[in-house]
Design a binder for this molecule. Structure first.
Ligand code: C5P
Length: 327
């Protein structure tokens, strides 16, 4: 039995880093948004034992450190079953790019394995296993627009944002997330923040998001006020409310090439531009499809890998996950 699962990417719209906790993780607040770029994960189950992960991309580990391996191991244990599981990852998304690809691959492996075994985990169990595999994994159990709190693993579905055109640009610079958090710690060490100050910092995030989502473009019914095109008005409000990714302040000074890509996107007419996660992906949100396509092409011509796509609301996310499936 062979199951195909599409494994979509995410971007972060704003990311506020708080204090380093006793467990070494950082308290954070972010909005995750799934986008229509994906890897494909194939799950095969047969008689026998062992988990095998295959990927042609040499940067993807095939041992126990692979997120799909770790997830499959947990799912088999949860079902108390023994099978031979083979997971094949067809990579299109950048590796370590800030798009959550490895985390999304893990959820695809979970969903594929459930389907292959014709069994389902309880929602709470899915969430628990996802959070064990990584902070960015649970969001892919929701899709669309998701609020992330805690270390990023506590997730809440938000009302979907309208679908935006976007350009995802991933300069070929490897940014390590733990190193970016460490750089953040050194940067704020001089500021001698208390834990309470740390919470004050991240609470600013909820204020900005509140201001954004209750701005002129938004009404509780989702009907645009003032006759604006809702997506365009929301992009203007997003810029106005100053929602930013804290990682930019440590990643840009270290990797000026990434900041250059942000500037190029800003010059191209993107309404909102930001680093995603700890990078190296920088994305731009556009009101116009042609403008997004032109910008992606110009970036590629200048040597920066880039793609034009759209943000993916929840219903489309779930519809597309098993779309290519064949058994
Ligand atoms: O959870 P995940 O495996 O993605 O985290 C990778 C590393 O990133 C952690 O080991 C930790 O160093 C850092 N991290 C953090 N605070 C978070 C999330 C991740 O310090 N909220």
């Amino acid at each position: 039995m062979s199951i195909l699962v599409r494994s979509f990417a995410k971007i972060n719209i704003g990311l506020k880093i708080g204090s380093r906790r006793e467990d070494g993780f950082h308290e954070l607040r972010t909005l995750y948004q799934t986008v229509a770029l994906s890897d494909q994960v194939k799950v095969d189950v047969s008689r026998g034992l062992g988990i095998e992960v295959c990927c042609k991309d040499p940067r993807v580990p095939s041992d126990e450190s692979n997120t799909c391996y770790r997830m499959a191991d947990r799912v088999l244990r949860a079902f108390k079953t023994r099978n031979k599981v083979r997971i094949t990852i067809e990579k299109t998304l950048p590796v370590q790019g800030g798009l959550g690809a490895a985390s999304s691959n893990a959820v695809a492996a979970m969903l594929g394995l459930e389907k292959a075994l014709k069994r389902e985990l309880a929602p709470g169990e899915r969430l628990r296993l996802a959070a064990e595999v990584g902070s960015d994994v649970p969001l892919f159990l929701i899709g669309g627009t998701v609020l992330g709190t805690g270390r990023g693993e506590q997730v809440y579905p938000l009302e979907d944002l309208p679908s935006f055109h976007c350009v995802i640009a991933t300069p070929e610079v490897g940014v390590s997330t733990p190193a970016a958090f460490a750089d953040w710690d050194s940067r704020i060490a001089g500021q001698k923040l208390t834990t309470a100050d740390g919470f004050d910092r991240i609470n600013v995030f909820s204020h900005s998001v509140f201001e954004w989502l209750s701005g002129s473009s938004f009404s509780p019914t989702g009907v645009p006020s003032k006759g604006w095109d809702r997506a365009e008005a929301m992009l203007l409000d997003l810029v106005r409310t100053g929602i930013e990714n804290d990682f930019e302040s440590v990643v840009f000074p270290k990797y000026p090439a990434i900041r250059e890509v942000k500037r190029a996107l800003e010059r191209s007419g993107a309404r909102y531009v930001s680093l995603s996660g700890s990078g190296s992906t920088v994305y731009g949100l556009f009101a116009d499809k042609q403008e997004a396509a032109r910008t992606a092409k110009a970036l590629i011509d200048s040597g920066v890998p880039a793609q034009a796509t759209v943000t993916l609301p929840r219903a489309q996310y779930w519809k597309a996950i098993f779309a290519k499936n064949s058994t």
